[in-house]
Design a protein around this ligand. Sequence first.
Ligand code: HEM
Length: 233
Amino acid sequence: MTKQLEKKHSLAVRWLHWISFPLLALMIWSGLLIYWANAIYGFKIFGYELFHFFPTWFYDILGIPLRLAEGISLHFFFMWFFALNGVIYVLYLIFSGEWRAILPVPGSFKRAALVSLHDLHILKKLPPQGKYNDAQRIAYTGVILLGAGSIITGLAIYKPLQLSWLTWILGGYEWARWEHFWVMILFVLFFVVHVIQVLLAGWNNFRSMITGFEVVKTDAVATETMVEEGAKV
Ligand code: HEM
C-alpha cells in the first residue's frame, strides 16, 4: 500500500469557495439586523404559533436590536460581492466542465438515499462514487440554487418598483420577502450539515479544499499493473 497526492480541487474553486463563506456569513448577519425591525415569521399550525423567528433572547445574546440602518448598509454593500462571486463560480463550473462532478445524474436521488443510510450506519456498503457522492451532488447543486434564489428574491424586494415584473412573478412583495427569508434558513441548514460532514470526513478531505490535493492510498501492485497495461495500449 503506497500513498500519493492526487489533485482534487482547482485553485478557482478553492478561492471561490472560501470567499463565499465570509460573504454568506455577512449577508446572514446583516439580514438578521434588518429582519429584527419587522420580525413577522414563525411556524404556525391552525393559527397557533409553535415557534417564532426569533425569540427575544436570541436577539439579545447576539446584540442585534436597533441596528437596522447598519444592517441595510452592510447588506446592500456586500450583496454585490456575494452575487459576483456566485456568478463567477457558476460560469467557472460551466466553462471548466466541472459541473459534471456537481450536477445530479440519473439515479442520484436513489443513491443519495443509500449514502444517507450508510452515513447513519444502517447500510454497510457505500454506492460507487466519483469526486462527490450523490448526496453531495444534490446538496451542492441545491446550495447553488439557493444562491441564485437569494439573489433573485433579494432583488425583487430591493427594487420592487423598478423590478415589479420580478416581484410579481415571485407572488408579490410579501411572498418574495417570505421566500428570501426561507432561503436564508435553508442556507443555515445546509451550512450546519455541510460542516458536520466535513468534520466527519476528516483532515485529509478538509485540507484538500485549501491545498487542492488529497492523499490517497493506492495498491502498489494494482498501480504497477495499470501502468504496464497503459504502456501496452
Ligand atoms: C458559506 C458556506 C459554504 C458553502 C455555500 C459551501 C459550499 C460548498 C460547495 C458548493 C462545495 C463543492 C465545491 C466544488 O467542488 O465546486 C463545497 C465543498 C467543500 N466544502 Fe464547503 N461550503 C461552505 C462552507 C464550508 C466550511 C465552513 C467548510 C469547512 C468547515 C467547508 C468545507 C468544504 C470542503 C472540505 C469541501 C470539499 C468536500 C469534498 O471534497 O468531499 N465548506 N462546499
